[in-house]
Design a protein around this ligand. Sequence first.
Ligand code: ADE
Length: 226
Amino acid sequence: MRIDIITLFPEMFQGPFSESIIKRGLNKGLVEIHLHQLRDYATNKHKRVDDYAFAGSAGMVMMIEPIDLCISFLKEQRSYDEIIYLSPDGQILNQSVSNKLSMNENLILLCGHYKGIDERIREHLITMEISIGDYVLSGGELAAAVLTDSIVRLIPGVLSDESSALSDSFQDGLVSPPVYTRPRVYKGWEVPPILLCGDDKKIEAWNYNKALERTAQRRPEMLDEK
Ligand code: ADE
């Protein structure tokens, strides 16, 4: 898979992409991530990428031309499955959206700033809009990093134990059951004895019931969706 990210702040991705699972995906050659500085596509002398909003509303708006030039440059080289704009009024990201996106070959992520992007970009160039939650971030970069992480970990071969992505919270419509590791007893706090009984069937049933119980307690609306 290839992910092209269009941004005014490429350095914001250095941390999240150089550690842990994304780093492993990159090193194994299972994903390529390319960062594009939007300012490089500005055609004016001062490399401006934003301008005042028409009709006097407050705040700056990201201009069409640099974004169009960058997207066109990328589209000349390959076809893209989705061109995604990260925006607080987009479709809310969930596991099913990430699962679907992880099956694509080429994605463009566009990070906005200021008051947003000229609406005509959304009408003519963007194919999908994603929000990572009902709150406003200073720009799309952190949202693009979250989206990239949730997709890359689902690409086959990125996680060493593939079943661990399948048993994640939300994959089966339930949150995950609790997990424990050694020691069996710490300060008198015990691991549930059933997990040490060695009977796989009983353990599987216990995990399922715990996942169900937790979902009912913490995210009851998920059970309505099932
Ligand atoms: N840009 C600003 N806020 C955002 C959000 N909540 N999700 C995606 N992109 C954003």
